[in-house]
Design a protein around this ligand. Structure first.
Ligand code: NAD
Length: 478
């Protein structure tokens, strides 16, 4: 199977005729070829976007909204096809792709299709100066959206939908590791009546295609989700070109558990927040801090639950933990597990799993490591796999210090029924998102993004629409 670029409403081979192998991680075998698009392909996409911009930016909110909602409906109609494709490409349980990934991609289009009809600007009367100000929020023009492999269509559409809703034309690149659902999206956009050239989807490596997008002088804003090192590279390139940047980067999120929490709910959610999607969600709580008074109880119960998780082929209904996304990523996680052996004690897991019927697949046991310090490598570096650490704490001050002692600041989860403590810690935790007595509950209107090395800027709701528009104030003297 050959994946193609979607440029000007048509499916195209890359100009370079350079192709990459695309793997099915459940089997460890190649099942498709992906274009490795060059600067020439990006030029073509930009030309198409330039041609489409004037008309799209002048299309009424109602019409844009109707098209985006139609895309959402078509994604829902083709839920099974998209979920199967996502699971095959990424290794995630099909059950998860059906319940989360594809429905959320559809919600992204529906949400921003609706949100744009409510988007308004401000006016300020300068009383005493006999002047009136009004603020315009105009589409930027051509914008670049670059996304990672962990929630492929979910994160791809999280960027594309608001960019289109705001009236921009888009050059979008999914991860070269999981290109398939982005490829399938092209047909849906045509069927929904999105004018050609408004959305262009190009495939390829970060170092070639991604770089060409970031460097292109006509692409005026970049919304990027991915690793912190890549974010640094993109910022270095984009800053001297004065591009607007939104960077959603890595995390090393604390999960803080006090003894007054609702224990059963916390336990069940902590298994999910540790291992959902094989732990490959930027919001997973990978550093678990437990109040000393319930530490031993938690440790026993948590290990028991983790042992019950079923590792298996992503398409099997009973599978809790599917395949790791790629061989390279599996090797990276195994290297961290080796480091963990010198820094702490592996309480459960730690091994690659060979499943006889698909013995070349990339399977790994969910792994729990006990550590006695937050300073160790495995508590400081992002592993981004089914690996969590456990550590007891004595006081609120101690745990706050450890939670914040990280280069990252994406999310934090807090388990307690003490209201004052909730307020104190929520105020002081250095994280863009704090969940109290829940995890991954997302309201798309809320701001989303990280502090410190976890990113710059916020997306979600009006924040996304503001990012994808340029602001102009008009002051009229009367
Ligand atoms: P990555 O940084 O390797 O790649 C992300 C995307 O950037 C891919 O499409 C890749 O091709 C592209 N890219 C790579 N180098 C580039 C360059 N020089 N210029 C332009 N584009 C380039 O990340 P990944 O391995 O795909 O994803 C995992 C990372 O993403 C983890 O660190 C995870 O925490 C992070 N993540 C963050 C969030 C968030 O919302 N903060 C969400 C999901 C994942």
């Amino acid at each position: 199977m050959k994946i193609k670029n979607f440029i000007n409403g048509s499916f195209e081979d890359p100009m370079s005729k350079d192709w990459l192998d695309n793997f099915n991680p459940a089997y460890g075998t190649v099942y498709a070829q992906t274009p490795n698009s060059s600067k020439g392909d990006i030029d073509l996409a930009v030309k198409a976007a330039e041609k489409a911009f004037m008309s799209w930016s002048q299309t009424s909110f109602e019409k844009r909204s109707r098209i985006l909602i139609k895309i959402s409906e078509l994604l829902e109609f083709h839920l099974d096809k998209f979920a199967e494709a996502e699971s095959k490409d990424n290794g995630k349980p099909l059950r998860l792709a059906k319940a989360i990934d594809i429905p959320r991609a559809a919600s992204n289009f529906r949400f921003f299709g609706n949100a744009i009809t409510q988007f308004s600007s401000e006016s300020h009367e300068s009383v005493g100066a006999m002047a009136m100000n009004y603020t315009l929020r105009q589409p930027i023009g051509i914008v670049g959206c670059i996304s990672p492999w962990n929630l492929p269509l979910y994160l791809f559409t999280w960027k594309i939908a608001p960019a289109l809703a705001a009236g921009n034309c888009v050059i979008a690149k999914p991860s070269e590791i999981t290109p398939i659902t982005a490829y399938l999206l092209g047909d849906i956009c045509n069927e929904a009546g999105l004018p050609k050239g408004v959305l262009n989807i190009v495939h390829g490596l970060g170092a070639t295609t991604g770089k060409a997008i970031v460097e292109h002088p006509k692409i005026k804003a970049i919304s990027f989700t991915g690793g912190t090192n890549t974010g640094t590279e993109i910022a270095k390139t984009a800053a001297p070109l004065f591009k607007k940047l939104s960077l959603e980067l890595g995390g090393k999120n604390p999960n803080i558990i006090f003894d007054d929490c609702d224990y059963e709910k916390m336990l069940e959610t902590t298994v999910r927040s540790s291992f959902a999607n094989q732990g490959q969600i930027c919001l997973c709580g990978s550093r678990i801090f437990v109040e000393a008074t319930i530490y031993e109880r938690f440790k026993t119960d948590f290990i028991e639950k983790v042992k019950q998780l079923k590792i298996g082929h992503p398409s099997q209904e009973s599978t809790d933990v599917g395949a790791i996304v790629s061989k390279g990523h599996l090797t990276k996680i195994l290297n961290y597990i080796d480091i963990a052996k010198t820094e702490g004690e592996i309480l459960v897991g730690g091994n690659q799993v060979i499943i006889p019927s698909f013995k070349n697949g990339y399977y790994l046991e969910p792994t729990v490591i006990e550590v006695d310090s937050n300073d160790c490598t495995i508590n400081q570096e992002e592993i981004f796999g089914p690996v969590v650490t456990l550590m007891p704490f004595e006081t609120e001050e101690d745990v706050l210090k450890m939670a914040n002692d990280s280069n990252y600041g994406l999310s934090a989860t807090l388990w307690t029924n003490n209201l004052s403590r909730t307020m104190r810690l929520s105020n002081q935790l250095e994280a863009g998102i704090v969940w109290v007595n829940t995890w991954m509950l997302r309201d798309l209107r809320t701001p989303f993004g990280g502090m410190k090395a976890s990113g710059v800027g916020r997306e979600g709701g009006l924040e996304s629409l503001r990012f994808f528009t340029k602001t102009k104030n008009v002051c009229i003297k009367y």
